[in-house]
Design a protein around this ligand. Sequence first.
Ligand SMILES: [Zn+2]
Length: 130
Amino acid sequence: MKHQCQALVIRCMDFRFRKATIKFVEDKIKGDFDDPTQAGGVKNVDFIVEHVKIAKENHKIQEVYLFNHQDCTAYGGSQNFKSFEEEREFHRQVLNRAKAFISYLFPGLKVYIFYVHFGPREEILFEEVE
Ligand SMILES: [Zn+2]
């Protein structure tokens, strides 16, 4: 079996988003992917760097997908923010910082960032952010 894969996925350990996030990535990319999790998605950048390094050297990944989500306990949950917009903006900035850092350290990789949140019927939605 070929020991290579297309992408590395970094997401929060929160069980509420596990199935939806895996399905989202499986629908989005053709190949396989590594998916270590940590509390807070991209919160601990050292964790990301360590895993990108291993996945790049050993599995020859070409893409990195980073996910942060609404109501994440690692950032104090939704109650830590005044509004949906404020929480979203916070995560947008955190994701962008992580993306910039990974792109700087690993210039050959494509990095995509997503904010995951609940829709009006509690469905899980994925928003690619810039
Ligand atoms: Zn979380």
